[in-house]
Design a protein around this ligand. Structure first.
Ligand SMILES: [Zn+2]
Length: 305
C-alpha cells in the first residue's frame, strides 16, 4: 500500500504514534432547500442520485453528524448566504443554520449571511445574527449578490459594506467570499474576480478574509498573489477536483498555512465527500502541508467551541 502522508501527521515530541488528523471540511452546504428558486433547485439536483440522502441529513442534525462520521469528517463549516433574487435564500437561512448547529458547536460551524442590497444596516444585521443565532462566520457571494467586495470605495454604491467589514473584524467573524465562476442561472461572473479583495485586505487588516474555491477556474494566479501579499487572506480549495489541484496551484505547499480543505458538497460536480477526501490525501504534499490544509488552518480561522 502507498504511504499516506495525510494520515501520518507530525510525530509528537518524545516519539510515539503521530496524532491523528481531525479533518475539517471548511466548505459544505447545509441549507434550507425549500427556499431554492425553481431554476436554482433544478441546477442543484441535476445529475445527482443521492437526493434522498441529502434531504434526510439536511433536516436532521444528528443524522448529519453520523453522515460526517461515515465520510471521515470531524468538523464542518456549514455555508449559508442570503440571495433572495438569484438563488432564493432569504434571511431565514440564519435561523436555520443557527438551530442546526446549536449544541453541536464542537463539530459544526454556523456560517450565515447578510445582503447589503436588501438591508440598510448590514453591520447591525451581522450583530443580530451573531447574538441571536450563534452565527460564527459570514459568507458573501458576489456573483449571486451582484456587487464587488470593494463597492464601498471609489464612489461605489455600497458604502455600508465598509461598516459591515469593520463590524466583522471587531467581532472576529471571518468572511468567506466566493471567488471564481458560478453556473447558476442569474449569476454574474464579473463579480467572481478575487482582485477587489486586495482593497478589502488593505483597508481592513484586522478582518479575516477567506477566498472560496481559489478563484477557480479563471483566477488562480490572482488568488495565489493575494495569499502571498496579505497575512489576513486565506483560501479554501473547495470545488476544485483534488486531482487538478496541484496543476492549478503548483506551489500550494508554500501557502498551506493559509489554505483549507473543503468539498463544496453537494454542489454541482461534487459526488462524494469521502472520495474527495481520499483523492486529496493521495496528493504528493508534504505531511506538514497536508495537516495544515486538513486541520490546522481551519482550527485558526474557524476555531471550535
Ligand atoms: Zn460553496
Amino acid at each position: 500500500m502507498k504511504a499516506d502522508p495525510g494520515a501520518a501527521g507530525t510525530p509528537p515530541p518524545g516519539g510515539g504514534p503521530p496524532a491523528a488528523i481531525r479533518v475539517t471540511d471548511a466548505h459544505l452546504h447545509v441549507q434550507p432547500w425549500r427556499l431554492f428558486r425553481k431554476e436554482a433547485l433544478e441546477r442543484m439536483a441535476a445529475e445527482r442520485r443521492d437526493l434522498d440522502t441529502i434531504r434526510a441529513v439536511m433536516e436532521d442534525p444528528d443524522a448529519f453528524l453520523r453522515f460526517l462520521d461515515e465520510q471521515g469528517i470531524e468538523r464542518a463549516v456549514l455555508v449559508n448566504y442570503v440571495s433572495p433574487d438569484v438563488i432564493g435564500f432569504t434571511d431565514e437561512v440564519n435561523a436555520f443554520v443557527g438551530d442546526f448547529c446549536r449544541g453541536r458547536e464542537d463539530r459544526l460551524v454556523a456560517m450565515g449571511g447578510v445582503h447589503p442590497r436588501f438591508t440598510t444596516d448590514p453591520a447591525g444585521d451581522l450583530e443580530r445574527i451573531v447574538e441571536r443565532h450563534g452565527v460564527r462566520a459570514l459568507k458573501i457571494h458576489p456573483p449571486h449578490q451582484l456587487f464587488h467586495p470593494n463597492a464601498y470605495r471609489d464612489g461605489g454604491d455600497l458604502p455600508s459594506l465598509a461598516r459591515l467589514y469593520e463590524k466583522a473584524a471587531a467581532l472576529r467573524i471571518p468572511i468567506l467570499f466566493h471567488t471564481g465562476t458560478s453556473v447558476f442561472p442569474g449569476a454574474r461572473n464579473k463579480y467572481g474576480d478575487p482582485m477587489p479583495l486586495d482593497d478589502v485586505a488593505v483597508d481592513f487588516p484586522g478582518l479575516t478574509i477567506v477566498m472560496a474555491h481559489g478563484g477557480r477556474p479563471l483566477w488562480m494566479d490572482a488568488c495565489f498573489f493575494l495569499l502571498r501579499r496579505h497575512r489576513n487572506v486565506f483560501m479554501d480549495v473547495s470545488g476544485i477536483p483534488p486531482k487538478a489541484l496541484l496543476r492549478y496551484f503548483p506551489r500550494l505547499a508554500e501557502v498551506a498555512s493559509q489554505c483549507l480543505f473543503g468539498t463544496d458538497w453537494p454542489g454541482p460536480g461534487v459526488a462524494s465527500i469521502r472520495r474527495n477526501l481520499e483523492e486529496f490525501r493521495a496528493l504528493p504534499l508534504p505531511g506538514e502541508a497536508m495537516r495544515a490544509l486538513l486541520q490546522d488552518t481551519a482550527a485558526r480561522v474557524y476555531p471550535g467551541r
